[in-house]
Design a binder for this molecule. Structure first.
Ligand SMILES: [Mg+2]
Length: 313
């Protein structure tokens, strides 16, 4: 039996305190009062996690759902080069949801929050008529004028991605095929790590001209950079850090929920092969025009269309 709202908030608050989140005013007043570092701008991002759209209770353990819920917001902050500070969580829960599920969800979310010194500073709860609904708001900041936007890419820039691509979607395919997966063996899907340190490094060193996180798939997210920058792009298929397997290339191009960073950098910029322990791979270039093209291993050119992940539909 789920706890009443008051009890749930108390529980989250206690857990947040116990886990050593940055103390400060927050849960318990009508509004959170926040302080922003001097000469910083505020970043705000909001993301829904809906049962049967973004997760399934029979596939994802509750702490994974909590982790993924916050990871989406943190990844958006990373994509701007920002530092996350606070999170706000609004939860709508079905009346028959076991309390152990809620506890697991909160545990997974707070574990990730504490890793990045993010404070859970408020939220709301309600009863849901159907399924779990979690809405996360993450606040971050960075020095004025330093946000890395999607619109800064220019023809001639190189295109890079962090980490590897495709394993989150590959795990989802297996779940859909009815396979039971051990979350510990598929961390990229169940416990994705937002690339906060990489984003910060790129921003501080002024290396990236445009950036986005890969939440919907490289093809779709690269199209967003092209659209905002009014450019095209060429992707070299053999260069993609794809996971092995027969669908490796397709998953690398279109698989969603990777939470890697995709960025452009001026051709003269030297980009380290590894940043904060994460590999960085040059996978293409920004070109004139508005087309996206895929250069295949056998030297052919194909149109690359945004065909990113559509969740579980
Ligand atoms: Mg994003």
């Amino acid at each position: 039996v789920p706890l009443k709202e008051k009890l749930l908030i108390q529980r989250i608050r206690r857990t947040a305190d116990r886990r050593g989140a940055r103390s400060g005013q927050g849960i318990g007043d009508d509004c959170a009062v926040l302080r922003v570092p001097r000469d910083h701008e505020v970043l705000i991002t909001t993301d829904f996690s809906l049962e049967d759209v973004h997760f399934r209770r029979e596939w994802h353990p509750p702490d994974s759902v909590g982790h993924r819920c916050l990871a989406r917001g943190l990844s958006d902050i990373a994509a701007m080069g920002g530092v996350p500070h606070e999170a706000f969580l609004s939860l709508a829960l079905p009346a028959d949801l076991p309390q152990s599920w809620v506890d697991g969800f909160v545990r997974g979310l707070l574990k990730l929050a504490n890793r990045y010194a993010v404070r859970l500073a408020g939220g709301d709860t309600a009863q849901s008529p159907d399924g779990v609904l979690a809405d996360i708001v993450v606040l971050g900041s960075l020095p004025k004028g330093e946000a890395i936007l999607r619109s800064g890419a220019r023809p001639g820039d190189s295109v890079y991605v962090t980490g590897t691509l495709g394993s989150s979607a590959a795990a989802l395919h297996q779940l859909r095929d009815g396979k039971k997966l051990r979350p510990g063996s598929h961390l990229k899907h169940f416990y994705p790590e937002p690339r906060i340190a990489v984003g910060e490094f790129l921003r501080k060193k002024k290396l990236a001209s445009a950036m986005i996180d890969i939440s919907d798939g490289l093809s779709t997210d690269l199209a967003h950079i092209c659209e905002e920058s009014k450019t095209g792009a060429m992707v070299y298929a053999p260069a993609l850090p794809a996971c092995p397997g027969k669908d490796g290339l397709t998953l690398a191009l279109h698989g969603g929920e990777e939470y890697e960073l995709l960025f452009a950098a001026r051709s003269g910029c030297r980009i380290p092969k590894q940043i904060a322990g994460v590999s960085v791979t040059r996978v293409g270039e920004i070109v004139r025009g508005r087309q996206m093209t895929l250069a295949t291993a056998d030297g052919n050119m194909e149109a690359l269309r945004p065909a990113g992940w559509e969740h579980f539909s």
